[in-house]
Design a protein around this ligand. Structure first.
Ligand code: SF4
Ligand code: SF4
Length: 257
């Protein structure tokens, strides 16, 4: 469906069981309100620069930072995510947002998509059928709601500008493991006070990018680890121990043990 109208019904469905991608400032605010945050890390093998004109690669490149895994050049992509199970801690019983005027960009943009390579499909959204009417949202697949359009642009700019800061946060916290992009996420859940302090430090004094950083792949699939090792990367199978501070969220079944 290329033409869509939309008017939020205030049902609150989109405010449950989420990982909300936040900007650095939003993450600081979220933690200061007592919310929980996670860092979702993935690494993209990047042995050579793609040919100019590859729009998808350019989009990924702009939102990631260069690093190494063994002798394999990679790009590190990190999402700063507010995480909650059940209702958002800011959601009131009558389904109103308790921080409506300060709510994160992603909340203002929903149900529109931020990633230009992802089509807006109503069936993939939590909005009831009666929400898809009244105000024009998109025509022939193009966003026509001006407010949403500008918010999407703002979100994309922040995501790009803050890519080095997100990597810096991981380095400040000693986190250097990531899932293979498109295979899963490695979810780091640092202690909130430590994360807040790191965010405030890097916001006050962003460092220049360190391209020599060493990252380690973690996967739930033997063939993935073997392939990565064969091209010079460092990596291992996910093998949670009580000392681990991360969880692995794979998109594919694990290899048999
Ligand atoms: S911050 Fe507000 S709009 Fe965003 S998920 Fe929470 S309750 Fe919903
Ligand atoms: S699920 Fe859709 S209709 Fe319901 S509150 Fe969220 S944006 Fe509005």
């Amino acid at each position: 469906m290329d033409d869509l109208n939309f008017e939020c019904t205030g049902c609150g469905n989109c405010c449950h069981d989420l990982r909300l991608a936040l900007t650095v400032t939003e993450a600081i605010d979220w933690l200061q309100r007592g919310g929980q945050m996670e860092l979702l890390c993935e690494a993209i093998p990047w042995p050579v620069e793609p040919e100019p004109g590859n729009a998808q690669a350019e989009y990924k490149r702009a939102r990631s930072t260069p690093a190494m895994s063994g002798t394999l050049p990679v790009r590190i992509s990190i999402i700063l995510a507010a995480a909650f199970t059940g209702a958002c801690p800011n959601l009131h019983a009558d389904m109103r947002c308790g921080i409506y005027e300060q709510r994160p960009l992603v909340c203002r943009i929903y149900p529109a998509e931020i990633n230009p390579f992802v089509a807006l499909v109503p069936e993939n959204k939590g909005c009831p059928s009666e929400a898809w009417q009244k105000t024009p949202l998109q025509r022939q697949g193009v966003l026509v709601d001006e407010t949403t359009y500008h918010l999407v642009q703002q979100s994309r700019r922040a995501n790009q500008l803050e890519a080095p800061l997100r990597t810096q946060i991981c380095l400040e916290l000693g986190l250097n493991s990531a899932a293979l992009a498109n295979e899963g996420f490695l979810i780091h859940a640092p202690e909130s006070d430590a994360l807040l302090a790191a965010l405030q430090r890097i916001q006050a004094a962003p460092a220049s990018q360190d391209t020599t950083t060493e990252w380690v792949f973690v996967s739930n699939r033997t063939e993935t680890v073997e392939t990565l090792l064969s091209v010079g990367a460092t990596g291992h199978l996910v093998a949670p121990t009580p000392a681990d501070t991360f969880r692995y969220h794979g998109f594919f079944p694990s290899s048999p043990s």
